[in-house]
Design a protein around this ligand. Structure first.
Ligand code: B16
Ligand code: MG
Length: 216
C-alpha cells in the first residue's frame, strides 16, 4: 500500500530546466561547444558534475580539475541569477493543490532531487513546509539513475520503498525509482517516460492523490 510520495523538483514542481539550459548554454558557448535543447534534455535529473562531464565529452574537450571546478561555480552563479526572481507563480499546474490534498489524506511527502539548490527554490516558491523530508544534492552523492536519493527519502519518511510512489520528469529518475523498488508516475512525454507505471501531463489531470494511487 502506497503511504508516501517522493517528488523530484526540476520538471515536476517547477520548470527550472529552462534556467539550467540558459546557464549551461552560456558556458558551452564560452568553450565553443554546441549545446542545444536536445543536449539539455539529456541532462535532466543528472547531477551538476556529471552534466559538466557530459558536455565536455560532447565537445571532445579535456579540462583540469581546477578548470572544471571553475566552470561549475560559474555555471551555478549564472543559474542562481536566473532563479533569483522565481516566485509561487512558477509552481507547475496542480502541484500545490495535489500536495495539500496528499497531506489531508495522510500521505508522507519527501523531496528527492539531484539539485543542490532545492531548498532555496522551495523557499522562494513557498513550498518548503509542504515536505516532511528533503533529500537533495547536498545529501546524496550518487546521480540518478542510482536509486540512492529515493531510498534515502523513503528511509527519512520511515517507509519501505514499496510503500512509496515517485514523481519524475526524467528518464534517469524513472529508472532510479524502479531500481529502488518503488512505484513511479512520470510527468511529461510517454515516449521518454514509458517505463513508469503511469504517465500524466500535469497534476491538474488528477488532483486527488488517493485516486491516482488506486489507478496504478
Ligand atoms: P544543481 P532534479 C536536477 O534536479 C536537474 O534536473 C538537473 O538538470 C541538474 O543538473 C541537477 O538537478 C543538479 O542541479 O546544479 O542545482 O545542483 O530534476 O533531480 O530535481
Ligand atoms: Mg527532474
Amino acid at each position: 500500500m502506497i503511504r508516501g510520495f517522493l517528488f523530484d523538483l526540476d520538471g515536476v514542481i517547477v520548470d527550472t530546466a529552462k534556467y539550467h539550459y540558459v546557464a549551461w548554454q552560456r558556458m558551452a558557448s564560452a568553450l565553443d561547444i554546441h549545446f542545444g535543447h536536445e543536449e539539455n534534455e539529456q541532462l535532466k535529473g543528472i547531477s551538476r558534475v556529471e552534466s559538466l562531464e557530459r558536455i565536455l565529452t560532447w565537445g571532445a574537450l579535456t579540462l583540469s580539475e581546477e578548470e572544471k571546478q571553475h566552470w561549475m561555480t560559474q555555471k551555478n552563479a549564472w543559474y542562481l541569477d536566473c532563479i533569483a526572481q522565481m516566485g509561487a507563480e512558477e509552481i507547475l499546474p496542480g502541484v500545490a493543490e495535489f500536495l495539500e490534498n496528499a497531506r489531508d489524506q495522510g500521505f508522507k511527502i519527501s523531496l528527492g532531487s539531484a539539485s543542490k539548490n532545492a531548498v532555496p527554490i522551495l523557499e522562494r516558491i513557498g513550498l518548503l513546509s509542504a515536505f516532511d523530508a528533503i533529500v537533495d544534492g547536498t545529501v546524496v552523492s550518487a546521480s540518478k539513475p542510482n536509486p540512492e536519493v529515493f531510498l534515502e527519502g523513503a528511509r527519512r519518511l520511515g517507509l519501505p520503498p514499496e510503500a512509496c510512489l515517485v514523481f519524475e520528469d526524467a528518464a534517469a529518475g524513472v529508472e532510479a525509482a524502479l531500481a529502488g523498488g518503488m512505484a513511479c508516475v512520470g510527468l511529461g512525454d510517454p515516449l521518454v517516460l514509458g517505463a513508469a507505471h503511469r504517465v500524466i501531463q500535469s497534476f491538474s489531470e488528477i488532483p486527488d492523490p488517493q485516486l491516482l494511487v488506486d489507478s496504478l
